[in-house]
Design a protein around this ligand. Sequence first.
Ligand code: SF4
Length: 303
Amino acid sequence: MTGGTPLSRDILEVEILIPDGLGFCFGVKRAYDLATSAVREGGRIFCWGPLIHNPQVVSLLEGIGLRVVEEYEKLLPGDRVIIRSHGASPRVLEALKKGGVEIIDATCPFVKKAQERIAELARQGYQVLLLGDPGHAEVQALLGYAGSHSVFVIGQMSDLNLLQLEKKVGIVSQTTQQESSLRDLVATVLPRVEELRVFNTICDFTASRLKSSLEIAGKVEVMLVVGGEKSANTRRLRDACQRVLPSTYLIERPDQIRYHWVRGKSRVGVTAGASTPDWIVSEVVKRLRHILIEGEDEDQEGP
Ligand code: SF4
């Protein structure tokens, strides 16, 4: 995609630009499909933590019978448990198996690759640096794949100051980090170690969604990023777009668009995080068109 698809143009010359292929990323779509087909089969079915960081989708899934669980004692032998796209640590998987539950593994293949890379580096005696958000579920699970070897999460470059780097260091990234952050980490560590092994485990989707969103942010007057407040990749997308265009806003739902953000604007961009379904994006675009073209009254805004 090279800069967005004009979605609407009418006599008022209003354009809404969106990247091609908005909607769930490959890994989230796969997890969603596995979850919904497991629910259709009936029986007690759970997800280990919320399936994705999107409250609308999580409540929709709860409505059809997919319960979120994070305590082993709530499970019974024979229950089925979905492992979300973020993956789970070997310790969690082992405990679930011991409890006699059936595991439906929806770990994204890109995340699985990062898990394998960490395990490989740890086995080969590298001190592992994991670029990622320390509290994120994917990162928490990834840490478990180093076993008892030394592994450190680097959330920001200053975290390196707390570390005594060893001679052999390996670097792996959370799948949704930005390549620029990975490059910065590599450049900072390289002069300080004898041997450095780097695996770029950032997924293609993250990089291409970021690129197409930034292209659009460079062409519009206002940018809306649609996704869950708790979604790390959505927040990162918002931050990156905001650096290009300060008038960038993160919203979870169409009714969060504020009239004064877009009033009088003729070019607005819309992008979305990996866990935002296409139907929410369509609703956002619909409301945006309504405001831009039909001039929804500011008084109609909620509090
Ligand atoms: S953002 Fe990338 S790594 Fe994460 S679930 Fe989607 S495809 Fe997989």
